[in-house]
Design a protein around this ligand. Structure first.
Ligand SMILES: CC(C)(COP(=O)(O)OP(=O)(O)OC[C@H]1O[C@@H](n2cnc3c(N)ncnc32)[C@H](O)[C@@H]1OP(=O)(O)O)[C@@H](O)C(=O)NCCC(=O)NCCS
Length: 302
């Protein structure tokens, strides 16, 4: 087994390893090799943290010329434009290995943490973020990755757990008439995508946002047909009158018109999770993934 820096000739094999991990999180999704390569070289698609990156490194472990494990690292700057939580941090953005090649995974992580140590950053993060919708954190479907992180001293103590929900737009009922007299629908550009407001007496009493270009302008065709649903809320005193459901159904009707066939939504594993899941099930959205973000460790202690 050999651990070495990633070379362009590895890209097809690396994409195979990446996409095996993607497919177990989101059915049918994949990262094209060119998209993967771009992300390794310029993570600018992530418009918030991308510009903070000062160094990048990717390592692969090969056995008889086959890429069986890999890790991608970023170092974030220590100047004032970087947020407190990322300032002077080094991150294993993802660590992947075939589960029957754990030794290679361990070896590549060892090289990766050595690189983080040599950067001299104040904190090490570990993640599982791939350039594909819904693939972030350390998925419960990747127990081999979690085990390697824990073995290397990454701790999920302050971690945040999220549940990813998915379903078909075809299963969502049409919105029907507004549930309250005088309520109207307004569509506008929101903070993440297309926003729908439920407007009563000139005031928005509820909203939902959808993003139906998860291919990012066609640069990631592995996400064709998927749409995100987010930023959904109804004013507290207006709840339980059908406004929320009417908003979601109206947004989904719009998505169907554009050809989106599948929906994604995200929920935190907190005290509202059971309510949220019951509500989401009305729209045929069911959990497909549970993922943990926030693995970290202090340098020099391992
Ligand atoms: C979820 C939410 C948008 C629903 O809006 P709404 O106008 O009350 O929706 P509807 O009237 O169509 O449906 C109400 C159902 O939502 C359920 N619900 C789901 N999450 C809820 C929550 N956090 N608080 C209250 N009710 C919730 C209720 O149990 C209710 O079901 P029931 O009538 O069978 O008891 C609204 O409760 C809300 O803003 N919650 C806080 C934000 C949030 O949780 N957003 C993410 C949702 S995926």
């Amino acid at each position: 087994m050999e651990v070495r820096p990633f070379a362009r000739r590895d890209r097809e094999q690396l994409a195979r390893l990446v996409n095996a991990h993607v497919a177990v999180v989101l059915p049918g999704a994949y990262v094209p090799p060119a998209t993967l390569l771009n992300d390794l070289e310029h993570p600018l698609g992530e418009y918030i943290i991308g510009p903070w990156v000062t160094d990048l490194a990717t390592f692969v472990a090969t056995e008889r010329d086959r890429v069986v494990a890999a890790a991608h690292l970023r170092r974030y700057g220590d100047d004032a434009r970087v947020s407190d939580s990322y300032r002077d941090v080094g991150e294993v953005v993802w660590l992947l290995c075939w589960p029957n090649h754990l030794d290679a995974g361990r070896a590549v992580l060892d090289t990766a943490t050595g690189q983080l140590e040599s950067w001299g950053v104040r904190e090490h993060y570990a993640n599982g973020t791939l350039p594909c919708p819904a693939v972030y954190g350390v998925s419960d479907s990747w127990p081999h990755v979690r085990a390697l992180y824990e073995e290397a001293g990454f701790d999920a103590g302050d971690a945040h757990v999220e549940v990813v929900l998915a379903g078909l737009t075809a299963g969502v009922d049409p919105p029907g008439p507004a549930p309250i007299a005088g309520l109207s629908l307004r569509r506008r550009l929101g903070t993440l995508g297309t926003a729908f407001d439920a407007v009563l007496d000139g005031e928005a009493v509820g909203m939902v946002e959808v993003d139906d270009d998860l291919t990012r302008g066609g640069t990631n065709l592995g996400a064709v047909g998927w749409a995100d649903v987010c930023n959904h809320r109804v004013r507290e005193d207006m709840r339980r009158q059908g406004i929320g459901s009417w908003l979601v159904r109206s947004a989904v009707e719009w998505l169907r018109l554009g050809g989106a066939s599948r929906l994604l939504a995200y929920a935190s594993e907190d005290e509202h999770l059971a309510d949220t899941m019951r509500y989401a099930a009305r729209f045929g959205l069911h959990p497909v993934n549970r993922t943990t973000r926030g693995f970290d460790r202090t340098p020099g202690r391992n």
